[in-house]
Design a protein around this ligand. Structure first.
Ligand code: PPE
Length: 307
């Protein structure tokens, strides 16, 4: 990976190589960490902007609350620390990873009084699913792994432990020659991908699963607003696997993946087998918003400049 100079670690900027923890860190053994994935965009002469930093900062706090972690920072402090980290690294555009984790202290499942620590790292990160994915679309499979039951792990928490389910699905998909997996929930309806929410387009109507057991994606909620403002009808309703097979268009969305068209699923070509017109339209409008070219959504952006 491409590194940067500093990582924010519990209030201090430390050199990248020195941001270390003990091997008996509780979260490393039991997965009790929560994180965020955030993107900053280069807005040209206007400087840079972090996309929906307020919402991402709040989701980190919410995730910690769901896991019963004693989070020592407020959403405002995470917001400010993120901007501080970007500026210290002179990073105009890239990916930001805040992580709050249960640290070193006692071993055993009970996190007890172990310290709760927070880091914020950032680095340049291009297209998540490969350089051609955003334009040409990807091939996906339905995972043989079921997405977590809403009372097994807490899907509204962006918790490290939840990602073991995603890792199983991702390894399987990649080993079988696909770019990504989509997972069904315990009832057999479509939930989400290993790191993205899913949308389909049928007869001009946009549809996405409700949030029963999926992460409340910030890209997802932004796209729902954006699409409705553009005049599209957007439904949040149960989505079956075969509805995707016969959709005109399908796409994934997430901070890392942005808006990635799906061109094939389980060996069925979706629509015309390339990025469809509605997907392309939303992609274009989304990037305009993120790059500060649409003043209507200015409140979604946290502007900053680097010296
Ligand atoms: N579902 C899952 C399971 C998920 O991990 C993400 C983000 C989303 C939906 C979309 O959420 P949002 O980013 O708020 O729109 N996945 C992050 C982690 C990716 C990684 O490999 O790490 C991300 O996109 O940053």
């Amino acid at each position: 990976m491409e590194t940067t100079e500093f990582i924010w670690f519990d209030g201090k900027l430390v050199p990248w190589a020195d941001a270390k923890v003990h091997v008996l860190t509780h979260a490393l053994h039991y997965g009790d960490a929560v994180f965020e994935g955030i993107r900053a965009y280069d807005c040209g002469a206007a400087g840079s902007s972090v996309f929906r930093l307020k919402e991402h900062s709040q989701r980190l706090i919410n995730s910690a609350k769901i896991l019963g972690m004693n989070m020592p920072y407020t959403a405002e402090q995470i917001f400010d620390a993120t901007i501080e980290t970007l500026r210290a690294n002179k990073l105009k555009a890239g990916y930001i990873r805040p992580l709050t984790f249960v640290g070193y202290g006692e071993m055993g499942v009970n996190p007890g009084h172990n310290p709760v620590q927070t880091i914020i790292a950032c680095w340049p990160w291009g297209a998540y699913l490969g350089p051609e994915a955003l334009e040409k679309g990807i091939r996906i499979r339905t995972s043989s792994f079921t997405r977590i039951h809403p009372n097994t792990l807490m899907s509204k928490a962006k918790a490290a432990g939840n990602y073991v389910n995603s890792i199983l699905a991702k390894i399987e998909a990649v080993a079988d020659g696909y770019d990504e997996a989509v997972m069904l929930d315990p009832a057999g309806v479509v939930s989400e991908a290993t790191g993205e929410n899913i949308f389909i387009v049928t007869n001009g109507t946009i549809k996405t699963p409700q949030l029963t057991n999926t992460l409340g994606g910030i890209t997802r909620s932004s796209l729902i607003v954006l699409a409705r403002d553009l005049g599209y009808t957007v439904e949040e309703a149960p989505l079956s696997r075969d509805e995707i097979y016969i959709a005109d268009e399908a796409f994934f969305c997430g901070t890392a993946a942005e808006i990635t068209p799906i061109r094939e699923m389980d060996h069925r070509v979706i629509g015309a087998g390339c990025a469809g017109p509605v997907t392309k339209h939303l992609q274009q409008e989304f990037f305009k918003v993120a790059r500060g070219e649409n003043p209507k959504y200015k409140e979604w952006l946290a502007p900053y400049t680097v010296d």
